[in-house]
Write a protein that binds this ligand. Structure first.
Ligand SMILES: [Zn+2]
Length: 74
């Protein structure tokens, strides 16, 4: 378990109303949109076993970036 916690990983989540995240791939805002149930990928990025930052991606942008932190988990 300890090993897993020190590796970068990504999860797929709904975009919440009021989100002010910026996509790490296209640099556009990741905005809540009620009509199309937008989803985002949230990645916890670790380097040398230490957490460095959270990155947000549009779901489609994460795929375009070729899953940089592994396949996102639901
Ligand atoms: Zn994007």
């Amino acid at each position: 378990m300890g090993q897993l916690l020190t590796q970068s990983r990504a999860v797929l989540r709904p975009v919440e109303p009021g989100s002010d995240a910026t996509c790490a791939h296209c640099h556009d805002p990741v905005r809540f949109a009620a009509r199309n149930k937008s989803r985002q990928v949230i990645a916890n990025v670790y380097r040398d076993g230490r957490w460095v930052r959270v990155e947000h991606f549009h779901e489609e942008c994460y795929g375009l970036a070729r899953d940089p932190y592994g396949e996102p988990r639901a």
